[in-house]
Write a protein that binds this ligand. Structure first.
Ligand code: GDP
Length: 395
């Protein structure tokens, strides 16, 4: 059996274990390294070859994006990662990093429970960092922080340990100020500020594929001084092998982002105003794969062969080929032609996609981004508010 086939099989197995699923987005100000980091994670999970990560830009599937060098459409990928002897299914939604595409970022946030916010160590938090954080927090999505391009502080700016520490702490401080300001009135979240000690902050270099966090340093026995020494001596391959970025980030994802069973009871009242006492509500709270089908479409893309593909989050029930489903705001039903998941940017058809997962569905001809698709008529999800951007001019 080919490697790809094996990964698909493992993903299908894990789709039935919502406790081991993490639905996440990576969000960042443009050029802070989101695409490079995403590729690293795919390579680390064995989805693309290690050598090409960072060059291949697997998440940039649209021709348009390759030309413009920015990520426009929210592409999805599923990957597996072993953490504490348990394999996890990580469904990653890529979010556009460009100021014009804020609506897509907000929609992507509806499908996920955790957002990895990437901030360039040299530039620090930028206006769009604030926007993506606001989008995440409004949707009840928990943030963690990855401070990228730390190689530049060490090798290019030749910063000493103290100067560097001060800079990194100031990035964390700024991000926490934003999080604090945005969550102070929310009674359904705990303290969502990030911290090095708590393991919700990672540092590293997506370009050179190394990363560290407090838990990773404890595990590998490497301290920051050693990291600096290797980076300064241009021993980046050694650094990558000793403390691979993908392990550090994916461990953080598994440890600190909520699984759908923890996230949905908190998120559903925030995004759905239907009857909280109904069986439908109960099915969504419990992530019940045997309940009524409730699917929220977050993105529509075109496939040259399959036509329109609706992707989004299954909140309850299981999506299967042949189902006749209601699409909010339209009369009649649509018939599901195929269901699938995304593997390294490509769609892979599977028999069913149960609650708690991200699915790619064909046949929903009336669906648009934002549609609620369900096996019974229901109150649709709250419309996704587009948070407008401050005008940003980049120097
Ligand atoms: P995105 O717009 O957030 O997706 O950013 P990209 O991943 O496309 O990266 C923007 C630029 O920063 C590219 O030229 C990358 O090669 C570069 N870059 C990304 N990560 C790093 C890093 O860790 N260190 C350095 N020095 N450059 C990086």
């Amino acid at each position: 059996m080919g490697r790809r086939k094996k990964i698909v099989q493992e993903c299908e197995r894990l789709m039935d274990e919502p406790e081991n699923i993490r639905n996440i987005a990576i969000a960042a100000h443009v050029d802070h390294g989101k695409t490079t980091l995403s590729d690293n994670l795919l390579a680390g999970a064995g989805m693309i070859s290690d050598e090409t990560a960072g060059e291949q830009l697997a998440m940039d599937t649209e021709e348009d994006e390759q030309e413009r060098g920015i990520t426009i459409d929210a592409a999805n990928v599923s990957m597996t990662h072993e953490y504490e002897d348990t394999n996890h299914l990580i469904n990653l939604i890529d979010t556009p990093g460009h100021v014009d595409f804020g609506g897509d970022v907000t929609r992507a946030m509806r499908a996920v429970d955790g957002a990895l916010v990437v901030v360039d160590a040299v530039e620090g938090a930028m206006p769009q960092t604030e926007t993506v954080l606001r989008q995440a927090l409004r949707e009840g999505v928990k943030p963690t922080l990855f401070i990228n391009k730390v190689d530049r502080l060490i090798s290019e700016l030749q910063e000493g340990p103290e100067e560097m520490q001060e800079r990194l702490l100031s990035v964390i401080h700024d991000v926490n100020e934003l999080i604090r300001g945005m969550t102070q009135d929310m009674d359904d979240v705990d303290d969502w500020t990030v911290s090095v000690e708590g393991g919700t902050v990672g540092f590293g270099s997506a370009l050179y594929k190394w990363g560290v966090s407090m838990p990773s340093m404890q595990r590998t026995g490497m301290d920051f001084a050693e990291v600096m020494e290797l980076e300064r001596a241009d021993k980046r391959q050694e650094l990558h092998e000793k403390t691979p970025l993908s392990d550090v980030v994916l461990d953080m994802v598994c440890e600190h982002f909520p699984n759908p069973v923890d996230a949905q009871p908190r998120r559903i009242p925030r995004v759905w105003r239907g009857d909280a006492e109904s069986d439908l509500a109960e099915g969504m709270r419990l992530v019940d794969e045997d309940g009524e089908v409730v699917f929220m479409v977050t993105d529509i893309s075109m496939d040259p062969h399959a036509g329109e593909i609706a992707s989004g989050r299954v909140f309850s029930g299981s999506l299967e080929k042949g189902q006749e489903l209601y699409v909010s705001g339209t009369a009649g039903k649509n018939r599901v032609q195929s269901v699938g998941i995304y593997m390294g940017g490509e769609r892979e058809e599977v028999d069913e996609v149960p609650a708690g997962n991200i699915a790619a569905v064909t046949g929903l001809r009336d669906a648009i981004a934002g549609s609620t698709v369900s096996s019974v008529e229901m109150t649709p999800f709250e419309s996704i508010e587009h948070i407008s951007e401050p005008v940003i001019t980049k120097s």
